[in-house]
Design a binder for this molecule. Structure first.
Ligand SMILES: [Zn+2]
Length: 462
C-alpha cells in the first residue's frame, strides 16, 4: 500500500472519531449499539461413554490374539437392551471379501458381559450382543471379547503389505447412540469412513516379535520400540497400530512436536518431512494446538487419518505425495479434535482438510476461486455416503464442498477471514461433534450471512 495514502486516511479516520466523540458529548442519547448475541455451540451427544483396555499379541506366524475389555456407560435417557458394535476385521474374511487372494482369518473365542458368557451375532461388520438386563441411564457394563485374527493382503486400511502390518479398526468399536433411535451403526462401505465413534480413553498392552517396531496413536512411541509395553491414550476416537519390520525413519522437531516419517522413498522423504513439519506449524498457529507431542506418518498404499498418526501413499508423483501428507495432517484438527459423523457429514472434515491444505500450500497468497476439474450434476455434498458412487464420493465430498466453502470465504474477505474462522471454529468445537446444520449455523453467525442461498445449490438443509 502507498504510504502517503495510508497516512492521509489515518488522519481522516482520527478526525472522524474526534468529531463523532464531540457530537456524542453534545447530544447524549440512549445507546443503540447492536451487541452481537452470544453464540452457544450445540454439540451432538454421543449417548455413551466408552473406555477400552486392549491386549494385543502378535505371534511369529503373523497371527494376532486380542483380549478386549470395553466399559460402556449409557449416558442417554434410553434403556438399552442390546449392544451393536463395529467389528471390521470380519469384512476381510473369505465370506465377506471373496475377491481377496489372501483374506483375513477371524475367530471369536468368547464374549462375556459383566463376567458371564453371552451369545452374539456377527454379520458383516456388525457384532450384536443381546443384554440379559437393560442397561439403564448412567449404568455401566463391562464387555470382554477374546478373539484372534490374521491380516488380509490387499485389504483396506486393515491390511498386510510386504512385511508391514497395518492395524486399522482392528478391535470391536462402540458406535455412538442416538436417543429414541438406537445405535448409530450403518452398513460398512469400501469407500470413505462408514464408522463413527466418540472420544474415548484407551489402554493398550502389546507384545510383538523381535525385528518389528510398533508405531501407534500414542505420543509416547519410541524408536525402535520395545517388544512389549503398555500404552495409554486419552480422548481419541480410535487407535491405529502399525507393526513395521526394520523400517526406515527420519524425524524433525517442530514446536515441541516430534514428527516421524516412516518408510518413504528416499527421493521424496526429506521434502515430505519438511512439508509435514511446516504444515504442522502452520495449522498450530492458524487453527489451534495439536494435542500430542508426536506425529507419525507412515508410507502405505493409501492416505488415511488416525489420531496422532497418518498413512500416506508415497508411491505417486511427488506433488501428490506432498498434498496427501498435508491433507492427512490437517485431519488432526478436522476429525481428530473436532468430530463429525463421516457417514452423514463427511464433507465437513474432508472439505475443511482439503481447503486448509490449499490454504497452507498457497503460502501467504490468497487462493483464487477455481473451477472444479469436472462439471458436476447438481447433488448435495451432505448425503449419507452410501448414496454416492466411488467417483462421486470424492467429487462431492472433497471437491464440491471445499470449492463452495472457498467461494464463500472469498466473498467475505478471503484468507484472513478464513483463518479467523478456523481459529474460532477450533476453540468453539474442540472435542465436540457437530453436523451440517450446526456447522452452517456457526458459519452464518461468524461471517454474518443472513440468507441460505449460498448453500442451496450444494447442501441439503432441512
Ligand atoms: Zn481426508
Amino acid at each position: 500500500m502507498n504510504k502517503k495514502i495510508s497516512l492521509t486516511s489515518l488522519v481522516l479516520v482520527i478526525t472522524l472519531i474526534l468529531v463523532w466523540q464531540t457530537y456524542n458529548k453534545l447530544h447524549p442519547k440512549k445507546s443503540v449499539e447492536v451487541v452481537k448475541e452470544n453464540f452457544e455451540p450445540v454439540g451432538k451427544l454421543p449417548g455413551v461413554k466408552t473406555t477400552y483396555d486392549l491386549s494385543l499379541k502378535m505371534n511369529k506366524d503373523e497371527t494376532f490374539n486380542v483380549q478386549a475389555f470395553i466399559d460402556i456407560t449409557n449416558t442417554s435417557m434410553d434403556n438399552i437392551n442390546s449392544l451393536e458394535l463395529y467389528f471390521m476385521p470380519n469384512m476381510f474374511t473369505k465370506e465377506n471379501s471373496p475377491g481377496l487372494e489372501h483374506p483375513s482369518k477371524l475367530l471369536i473365542n468368547s464374549i462375556n458381559v459383566d463376567n458371564s458368557p453371552s451369545t452374539y451375532k456377527l454379520f458383516k461388520d456388525k457384532l450384536t450382543i443381546p443384554l440379559k438386563k437393560n442397561l439403564e441411564t448412567n449404568k455401566k457394563i463391562r464387555l470382554s471379547i477374546s478373539y484372534s485374527f490374521s491380516l488380509p493382503e490387499e485389504g483396506f486400511r486393515f491390511t498386510k503389505q510386504g512385511e508391514n502390518f497395518y492395524l486399522a479398526q482392528w478391535y470391536p468399536m462402540v458406535p455412538t447412540y442416538i436417543e429414541e433411535k438406537g445405535w448409530n451403526k450403518n452398513n460398512y462401505q469400501f469407500k470413505g469412513e462408514s464408522y463413527h465413534t466418540t472420544f474415548s480413553n484407551f489402554k493398550i498392552k502389546y507384545e510383538i516379535p523381535k525385528d518389528y517396531t510398533i508405531v501407534t496413536t500414542s505420543e509416547n512411541d519410541e524408536f525402535p520400540s520395545k517388544n512389549n509395553n503398555t500404552l495409554s491414550v486419552k480422548d481419541v476416537k480410535e487407535i491405529f497400530i502399525g507393526i513395521l519390520k526394520r523400517p526406515s525413519v527420519i524425524t524433525k522437531k517442530v514446536d515441541n512436536v516430534q514428527v516421524r516419517l516412516f518408510n518413504f522413498e528416499e527421493s521424496i522423504q526429506q521434502e515430505a518431512l519438511e512439508s509435514a513439519a511446516k504444515s504442522l506449524k502452520y495449522f498450530q498457529s492458524t487453527v489451534g494446538p495439536y494435542p500430542f507431542k508426536q506425529l507419525d506418518i507412515i508410507a502405505s498404499d493409501a492416505g488415511m487419518e488416525y489420531p496422532g498418526i497418518v498413512t500416506v501413499d508415497s508411491n505417486g508423483r511427488s506433488n501428490n505425495v506432498i498434498i496427501m501428507t498435508v491433507h492427512e495432517i490437517a485431519h488432526q484438527w478436522f476429525y481428530g479434535v473436532i468430530s463429525n459423523d463421516p457417514f452423514y457429514d463427511a464433507w465437513i472434515d474432508e472439505g475443511l482438510a482439503s481447503l486448509t491444505t490449499n490454504l497452507f500450500l498457497a503460502g501467504k497468497d490468497e487462493i483464487p476461486n477455481y473451477k472444479l476439474p469436472v462439471k458436476l450434476e447438481p447433488k448435495p455434498s451432505n448425503l449419507p455416503i452410501d448414496q454416492y458412487t466411488q467417483n462421486e464420493y470424492s467429487s462431492y465430498i472433497y471437491g464440491q464442498s471445499s470449492h463452495e466453502l472457498l467461494k464463500i470465504f472469498n466473498h467475505y474477505g478471503g484468507r484472513k477471514v478464513m483463518e479467523n474462522f478456523l481459529k474460532k471454529y477450533y476453540s468453539t468445537y474442540q472435542y465436540k461433534e457437530l453436523d451440517t446444520k450446526e456447522f452452517i449455523r456457526f458459519l452464518k453467525y461468524e461471517l454474518g450471512i443472513k440468507e441460505d442461498n449460498f448453500f442451496d445449490r450444494w447442501l441439503l438443509l432441512k
